[in-house]
Design a protein around this ligand. Structure first.
Ligand SMILES: C[C@](O)(CO)[C@H](O)COP(=O)(O)OP(=O)(O)OC[C@H]1O[C@@H](n2ccc(N)nc2=O)[C@H](O)[C@@H]1O
Ligand SMILES: Nc1ncnc2c1ncn2[C@@H]1O[C@H](COP(=O)(O)OP(=O)(O)OP(=O)(O)O)[C@@H](O)[C@H]1O
Length: 290
């Protein structure tokens, strides 16, 4: 019987994103608070004995060789010496270039899922280090806990945040992360704050340093930010294009979504989670197997 692992690849939000410097290699030093959503992509993974790695369906505009799922699978094989293959099916829900970390989350789910399916036994630390070679956002998805992050986003301290309802809007444009980080006008020198202060003061001291640049480069994002802020406090996630507002109850989220009514904007509601839905599924599996 073939084992198929069906695993979530949740979205993340950057509840704040402060840029505090730029390294010699061009990457930016940041401070951010990552939190997961109970909404995301789903991957189904089954082993193949002929060594082939197959992914369906193809993602529009992404060559198979560049797909982070296949890159993660190949990296894991190179590092472990494993020669097995896999069939991977991706149910994509997260918009690409949305700031929700969809590609990074798919990569992390692939690393954890194939580690289990192929019986490799690599530690979370080792998988996170491999993930960092694929993207700055991959390690938090591998570790699976809401986190205060520094460095380029890889130095993680687990935190417990409030878990409100969120309304997330995608304003119909795709933002290229490098275009934002390379913009001359980007704020790059926000004074660092301590994690203790960020947690003590809460959203009053949380902002996203990419917002001004993204507003300028992508006017539909600016329009959506202004619209959503009429109802509740609103921020950009990552480098956009998605933005989110937080609400104390689900009914308020529903009420905002009913007013959305624009065909070029897509919106959804989701609950914030401090533990990744991926890790919840993997731990449930481990418990029921023991
Ligand atoms: C903005 C965030 O989403 C916040 O969580 C991430 O820092 C971006 O993470 P990511 O999409 O995994 O980004 P990567 O694929 O590693 O980098 C894409 C490009 O963004 C820029 N980049 C990214 C992360 C970072 N800390 N500094 C950067 O300058 C670099 O030009 C890099 O070539
Ligand atoms: N499996 C994948 N899913 C999504 N994008 C992928 C995948 N593989 C490669 N990519 C490429 O990575 C780019 C960034 O995708 P992603 O969905 O992670 O963006 P994002 O949400 O803006 O990420 P971040 O918040 O980490 O900046 C896409 O535009 C696409 O070209």
């Amino acid at each position: 019987m073939t084992t198929t692992l069906r695993l979530p690849a949740p979205a993340k939000l950057n509840r704040l994103l402060h840029i505090t410097g730029r390294r010699a290699d061009g990457y930016h030093e940041l401070q951010t608070l990552f939190q997961f959503l109970d909404h995301g992509d789903t991957l189904s993974l089954s082993p193949r004995d002929d060594g082939e790695l197959r992914l369906t369906p193809a993602l529009p505009g992404v060559a198979a060789a560049d797909n982070l799922i296949l890159r993660a699978a190949r990296l894991l094989r190179e590092e472990s010496g494993c020669t097995r293959g896999a069939d991977i099916h991706l149910q994509k829900r997260l918009p690409m270039g949305g700031g929700l970390g969809g590609g990074s989350s798919d990569a992390a789910t692939t690393l954890l899922g194939l580690n289990e399916l192929w019986g490799l036994g690599l530690s979370r630390e080792r998988l996170a280090a491999l993930g960092l070679r694929l993207g700055a956002d991959v390690p938090v998805f591998v570790h699976g806990h809401a986190a205060w992050a520094e460095g380029i986003g890889e130095r993680l301290t687990p935190v417990e945040l409030d878990t409100p309802w969120f309304v997330v809007i995608h304003p119909g444009v795709s933002v290229a992360t490098p275009a934002v980080f390379n913009a001359p006008g980007l704020t790059r020198h926000t004074p660092p704050i301590t994690m203790a202060r960020a947690l003590r003061e809460g959203p009053a001291c949380w902002h996203n340093d990419c917002e001004a640049t993204v507003r300028e480069l992508y006017p539909p994002v600016a329009e959506a930010l202004d619209w959503l802020a009429r109802f509740a406090p609103t921020r950009l996630t990552g480098t956009g294009a998605c933005l989110f507002a937080w609400l104390t109850n689900e009914a308020d989220a529903d009420s905002i979504l009913r007013r959305l009514g624009r065909h070029d904007w897509q919106g959804f509601k989701a609950r914030g989670c401090n533990r990744s839905p991926l890790h919840a599924v993997l731990e449930e599996r481990a418990t029921s197997a023991s």
